[in-house]
Design a protein around this ligand. Structure first.
Ligand SMILES: C[S@@+](CC[C@H](N)C(=O)[O-])C[C@H]1O[C@@H](n2cnc3c(N)ncnc32)[C@H](O)[C@@H]1O
Length: 232
């Protein structure tokens, strides 16, 4: 699991086409920040606990056999490796090269690559599932609907997109994280109804919504929302 709104913080990969028209302006700072915290992150973040694990299990069961799954912002690949262990055809990408070094070392049988989710342009109807597992809260607000639309287009009918993120309001600049390492990113919080509106706006049907309270070390409440591409 991937907390950033917590008290550790202050203040189908190869078949994808990439687009390089524009990028979020803070992308290099966000990449450098996750490179800087990656070693501590690996040491501090572990088993997501029973509710998040059960959501991953349900996701795996529902997307199994539909098509390849992309963990978009996989960090050190904990979730990617978990799904791979369940027999899911899954690969991961992450903005941070250091995170991907950890992912490759820890999960040598899984395919990983360095990329920003904002650059991905997977083929239409090429994926069975996509995860944005606590990895899209740094996207500038105007970028999230664009990423959701891209991923919704990439799903096969019946395929699912699952988003886990911090629940709340506002945009919160972070300056230190994961063991007091200096970082430069903004955590954008959403209420469940806002995320539901974005997902349905991308043409997806809501499958499930889970709200989790803040549990130490998390300061903010959390949520998971899964949505599927309607079957034809
Ligand atoms: C809090 S970590 C979560 C990592 C992983 N999903 C997990 O649950 O352990 C956030 C991750 O999102 C990645 N990230 C942030 N912005 C990204 C972007 N635009 N494209 C791809 N990955 C991004 C970061 O590099 C970092 O590894």
């Amino acid at each position: 699991m991937a907390p950033s709104g917590d008290d550790r913080c202050q203040g189908a990969l190869l078949t994808s086409r990439t687009v390089n028209i524009e990028s979020p302006t803070d992308l290099n700072a966000v990449r450098a920040s996750y490179d800087a915290v990656a070693d501590n992150y690996v040491a501090m973040v572990g088993d997501p606990g029973p509710w998040l694990r059960s959501a991953l299990d349900a996701f795996a069961e529902q997307v199994r056999g539909i098509g390849p799954v992309l963990d978009a912002g996989c960090g050190p690949g904990w979730i990617t490796g978990y799904l791979h262990g369940k027999g899911i055809d899954v690969s991961g990408i992450d903005l941070s090269p250091r995170m991907i070094e950890h992912a490759r070392r820890q999960h040598p049988d899984v395919s990983f690559g360095v990329a920003s989710v904002t650059e991905l342009n997977p083929e239409p109807e090429s994926l069975g599932g996509v995860l944005g597992w606590w990895s899209w809260f740094n996207l500038p607000r105007e970028w999230l609907p664009r990423v959701l639309a891209t991923m919704a287009r990439a799903l096969r009918p019946g395929g699912q997109l699952i988003v886990g993120t911090h629940r709340g309001d506002g945009d919160h600049p972070r300056i230190r994280c994961y063991g007091d390492i200096p970082v430069e990113w903004t955590t954008h919080l959403y209420q469940p109804e806002d995320l539901v509106a974005l997902l349905t706006g991308a043409g997806l049907e809501i499958v499930v919504e889970i709200r989790l309270p803040p549990e130490p070390p998390l300061q903010s409440p959390q949520m998971i929302i899964a949505a599927r591409k309607p079957a034809r």
